[in-house]
Design a protein. Structure first.
Length: 142
């Protein structure tokens, strides 16, 4: 069977393999990729509101809240009301969450695997092409 050249299919398959690889490498640490993304934001930025985390990770507020709930249950983060605005919930790392900061460069490890055999120029071009495709899709949605 001959399959059509499809950007969507290739991106979908690459994303599936990428997610499986990430999960395989994060499993020993008891983390999901979604949890690592939130931890990564907190390691870089410090305490953040749930809304800010939702924007940074690119998921909706309800989904982000559910991930944070699981992270609270695991002892990775805590949640409290903002001092100046009690309507805003702020998420902070716990000691257990801070202890995982050796995973802060996890994205680079994944990049190195995914870009194996690429020259620096090809890697830069891959990032550029993917960004342009994302913008094109966003423009078409607008």
């Amino acid at each position: 069977m001959t399959l059509p050249r499809s950007i969507g299919r290739n991106l979908n398959f690459a994303t599936g393999r990428l997610n499986a690889l990430c999960q395989k490498l994060l499993d020993p640490h008891g983390l999901s990729l979604a949890q690592w993304v939130i931890l990564s934001c907190l390691w870089r930025e410090g305490d953040l509101s749930v809304g800010a985390l939702s924007e940074l990770v690119g998921s909706g507020l309800p989904a982000t809240s559910r991930i944070i709930d699981r992270m609270i249950e695991s002892g990775l983060v805590s949640r409290r009301r903002h001092q100046a605005d009690g309507r805003v919930m702020v998420v902070a790392l716990t000691d257990k969450g801070r202890e995982l900061d050796h995973l802060a460069d996890f994205y680079q490890r994944i990049n190195d695997i995914m870009l194996k055999g690429f020259t620096e120029e090809e890697a830069a071009q891959a990032f550029d092409l993917l960004s342009r495709m994302q913008r094109n899709a966003q423009d078409a949605l607008s």
